[in-house]
Design a protein around this ligand. Structure first.
Ligand code: 4NP
Length: 161
């Protein structure tokens, strides 16, 4: 994070209706609590545009709301400009990472791609499992893993300050 600059983070999952909107909401809350709203900007997008224009999945919204997160993002697919616009592009699983690498317009963009669980502090998962076809426990697990990893991500960004 450049001194006095703005650092931009994009979270990406498959549909942009479950995991990445949750990551966006969790990270925004942490950033706000740290008083860094003006320095760290957060957004989310999906690999596929199938849910474009939709709010987050109602099941994900309900689970997130119980923890105090309001998911108000509208689904959109990743765009080529995102690779120039954002400093860090964070995928949730292997498939997201492979798809992002395929979409990246140049080598500098590939270097911006990271995996959410790289930032985990306490949870031993190597990806954020897709909850779309799961029960309630899948949505709770997503939130547990994202709260842990977003905390780690914020710590990393503070070191770069
Ligand atoms: P997400 O979950 O990638 O966490 O938003 C999914 C949402 C939609 C689909 C799959 C996963 N889908 O197949 O439509």
């Amino acid at each position: 994070m450049e001194k006095k600059g703005i650092y931009k983070v994009l979270f990406v999952c498959l549909g942009n209706i479950c995991r990445s909107p949750s990551a966006e909401a969790v990270m925004k809350k942490l950033v706000r609590e740290a008083g860094l709203d003006e320095r760290i900007k957060v957004d989310s997008a999906g690999i596929i545009g199938y849910h474009e224009g939709e709010r987050a999945d109602p099941r994900m919204r309900a689970h997130a709301a119980r923890r105090g997160y309001r998911l108000d993002s509208i689904s959109r697919p990743v765009r080529t400009e995102d690779f120039y616009d954002f400093d860090l592009i964070i995928g949730m699983d292997d498939r997201n990472i492979d798809d992002l690498k395929r979409k990246a317009p140049d080598l500098a963009s590939v270097e911006k791609i990271h995996r959410m669980t790289e930032y985990s502090r306490n949870k031993l998962y190597d990806h954020i499992p897709d909850p779309y076809y799961s029960g309630a426990e899948g949505f709770e697990l997503v939130l547990d893993l994202l709260e842990d990893a977003c905390g780690g991500l914020l710590e990393c960004l503070l070191i770069l300050k």
